[in-house]
Write a protein that binds this ligand. Structure first.
Ligand SMILES: Nc1ncnc2c1ncn2[C@@H]1O[C@H](COP(=O)(O)OP(=O)(O)OP(=O)(O)O)[C@@H](O)[C@H]1O
Ligand SMILES: [Mg+2]
Length: 378
């Protein structure tokens, strides 16, 4: 690779990001050509690029020369560059740096590092909700929670999916559990302390679940005030935490309605792919119904774009459409696609501890700061 051989080590990494990004464009759009130009997202030429026929471009990336090590995505975060991943977030790093344009195409505000808290609670309850499967609800619950906990917030994560993926992602084997959130919901006199588990992350606790919870969906139907069962169960915990994050199952059934009834805010993770917006209308309708009938405090805090890969036109188009449709409701923070997330599930810990210096960890820390900034703005 014709990356600059001299200069500080970080510059080499920057060079390699540029080369990798361009190499990706080259293979998609211009294979076979020896002379071409790269167009940025907004259509203007940012760099001329010449190939030598071998597929490897020469070093002509003047715009990238001054970029300091790792300053691609969040210039305020300190992390080691992970070139493959950084490239998914910033195809045009030079412009992003000049104008501080975030991946959503809007100017990226500065989200300050939150100060320490002297006292805790009452908790804000966030439901992580999308009836579409595999969009990053569980991943976002674990990592947003862990990032908030790193900033000194007391966090409780509620596994509200009978599949128990949140519990697994935190290293708990759901099959071995005697007491779960099911018991808390269905058994009178059961206290949350009996069900709570401490996680390996300081300041972060877990209400685990397993397949037992699927029975609750059926059993709750005949209960009085069945939609507010979780709300009642969480009430005694509010003073102990700053944030309670509920990982919903991929459905709009009674369990999800319980989560929405208990929550103050909803975060909707959306995978940046073609069918992302399908079903979102049904979800916002459900949120509005719960708002009207059960929980007037509920509001949509934000849409979180996940699994974004700016190297594909498709991902960029989907993100642009999401921003068009939801405007300020879309978080400035965008989560890129990286294999580090599936790895963390196997490891049973959040990315903030598993790969603390990765760009994925930095993205969830930025999301935590953005969520906190929105809370303070209220
Ligand atoms: N940013 C990402 N990049 C790459 N893979 C990701 C990313 N986020 C999540 N994944 C992976 O995608 C899969 C689905 O993610 P996750 O379990 O968080 O989604 P979910 O919405 O909770 O799914 P379900 O609806 O089944 O509960 C997991 O294997 C996860 O590791
Ligand atoms: Mg899940």
């Amino acid at each position: 690779m014709p990356v600059r051989g001299q200069g500080p080590a970080g510059f080499e990494a920057v060079g390699s990001v540029a080369v990798r990004t361009f190499a990706a464009h080259q293979s998609h759009q211009i294979s076979g050509l020896t002379q071409t130009a790269h167009q940025s997202m907004d259509g203007h030429h940012v760099n001329a690029m010449a190939g030598d026929g071998s597929g490897a471009p020469h070093n002509q990336f003047a715009d990238y020369d001054e970029l300091p090590d790792g300053h691609f995505y969040d210039p305020d975060a300190e992390y080691e560059p992970d070139p493959e991943y950084a490239a998914t977030l910033a195809p045009d790093a030079a412009r992003q740096r000049r104008e501080r344009i975030g991946p959503t195409g809007r100017p990226l505000p500065y989200f300050p590092i939150p100060g320490p808290l002297t006292d805790h609670g009452p908790a804000k309850i966030i439901a992580m909700c999308n009836q579409k499967g595999g969009v990053g609800k569980t991943t976002s619950t674990i990592n947003l929670g862990a990032a908030l906990a790193e900033y000194g917030r007391r966090v409780l994560l509620v596994d509200f999916d009978p599949q128990g993926a949140l519990s697994v992602g935190l290293g708990v084997n759901p099959m071995e559990l005697d007491l779960t959130v099911y018991n808390l919901l269905m058994e009178r006199g059961m206290s949350a302390d009996e069900v709570l588990l401490k996680t390996a992350v300081p300041n972060m606790d877990l209400l685990p679940s397993n397949i037992d919870l699927s029975a609750a969906e059926v059993q709750l139907v005949s209960e009085v005030a069945r939609e507010s069962t979780l709300q009642r169960a969480l009430k005694p915990l509010l003073p102990d935490y700053d944030f309670i994050v509920i990982d919903c199952q991929p459905s709009l059934g009674l369990l999800t309605v319980n989560a929405l009834t208990a929550a103050h805010k909803v975060i909707v993770p959306l995978e940046c792919e073609f069918f992302a917006l399908r079903g979102v209308a049904l979800l916002t309708e459900t949120i509005e119904k719960v708002q009207e009938r059960l929980n007037p405090e509920l509001e949509l805090d934000g849409i979180l774009a996940t699994m974004y890969d700016s190297r594909t036109v498709h991902s960029r188009e989907v993100l642009a459409r999401v921003v068009e449709a939801f405007d300020d409701h879309v978080y400035h923070t965008v989560i890129g696609r990286t294999v580090r997330f599936p790895e963390t599930t196997v490891a049973g810990e959040p990315i903030t501890t598993y790969a603390s210096n990765s760009v994925g960890a930095a993205a969830y820390r930025q999301l935590a700061r953005e969520v906190l900034a929105r809370c303070h703005a209220e």
